[in-house]
Structures are given as structure tokens and as C-alpha cells.
Design a protein around this ligand. Sequence first.
Ligand SMILES: Nc1nc2c(ncn2[C@@H]2O[C@H](COP(=O)(O)OP(=O)(O)OP(=O)(O)O)[C@@H](O)[C@H]2O)c(=O)[nH]1
Ligand SMILES: [Mg+2]
Length: 199
Amino acid sequence: MRRTAVIGRPNAGKTAFTISFAAYLGFQSLRFVRYAAGETVKLEMTTDVATRDLVSPSPHKTTSVQTLQLECAVGKGKRQFELLDTCGLVEGIHPQRDIRLAMAESLLLLKDADLVMHVIDAAAVGSDQGSMGSLEEELAGWGCTRGNYVILANKMDLAASQSGCEAIRRSFSQLPVLAISARTGQGFREVKQYVLRVL
Ligand SMILES: Nc1nc2c(ncn2[C@@H]2O[C@H](COP(=O)(O)OP(=O)(O)OP(=O)(O)O)[C@@H](O)[C@H]2O)c(=O)[nH]1
Ligand SMILES: [Mg+2]
């Protein structure tokens, strides 16, 4: 099964995007498979419940990789793929062991992904240019060498996101940047087209 990893800083909107994109593809009920500390846990919930329980303004809400099996209609057929929602990445060594482990697990799975979607909070970048740093540079640098790497400039429904998105495009001019909103679904058509082209 082709695999797409959704990565980025805590609070960028990775989980919100994962859930909303699944809903956009027509999934009302979501079956997450979570890998944590060697254990596999299955969770089934509606998109509304998933948004309520798995999305939060507090950083590091997601503390394990959670995977959804999705499919896109292509002509008369279907293309299946896995979407991996991962633990938020930060510079340095996180003081909490479970988060360090979740970050390591996320980075390990990233290596084998067929496509990487790097979510950046464009509204945060627009209101504070310092909210992008060496983490984004390192990830994007790796993305340029590996290919099949797209930046999702998220939260385009918020003020300051436009200038944030422009700053992201300037900083990462070698990579595709799609402007999206996990809240409104803006840009999801382009994301779907990109997924179908790459996978
Ligand atoms: N306005 C707006 N808010 C968003 C959008 N996407 C996510 N959010 C909000 O941003 C916060 C973080 O969203 P999450 O999806 O939990 O972020 P995450 O990247 O998964 O964060 P971690 O699990 O902590 O790594 C939540 O309060 C979401 O409601 C968006 O497109 N627009
Ligand atoms: Mg999350």
C-alpha cells in the first residue's frame, strides 16, 4: 500500500488536515490504527468525534503515529493509500520521554513514505516570521533531495496567513507549496490532484 506521511511542528494542523481530508474523500467513519510503544490499537470514530477528541490547540496532542487507510476515485477505479498522522517535530531533545519516542517513531516511518506532506501554520508564520526555523529548513532540504514532498501552508482561513504563505513560498521556492485550510477545505482539490499524480 502506498504511504503518505503528514509531518510538521506541533499545532500546525496535521491531525485536523488528516481528518478533514478523509472527510473530503467521502469517509464519514474513520478507522485509525495507532502504533505506540510496540502496541497496535484500533480506533473507529466519526469525523466529528475524531475532530473533537484528537485535535487540540495544545501542542503535542498526538503522541503516536496514527494511520488511516483511504481511497480516491480515479476514473472508474480507486486508488488506495495510507495517510499517516505523526507526532509534532521540534528542534532539540524534548524533555518528555513519550514524545521523544513518538518523534523517533514518526521519523522512522517517514523514511519509507512514498509521499511526504509537510504542514506549516501559515497564519503563525504571517504573524511571526520567527515561527519557521532550522526544523523547516532541515526537513525541506531533505524533501528537495528525496522528491515527492509537498508543503501544505495551512490555516489559510485566518488573518496573516496570506503573507505567511508568501513567506513560505519564498523560503522553499524549490518545493511545491499548496495553500490549504483544514477548517474550510480550501485547497483540498489541489491536494487530491497532487496525491493522485504522485501515488
Ligand atoms: N483556523 C484554523 N485552525 C486550524 C486549522 N487547522 C488546524 N487548526 C487548529 O489548530 C490547532 C492544532 O490542530 P491539530 O490538528 O491538533 O495540530 P497538530 O499538528 O496535529 O498538532 P500536534 O498533534 O500537537 O502535533 C487546533 O486548535 C485546530 O482546530 C485551520 O485550517 N484553520
Ligand atoms: Mg496531531
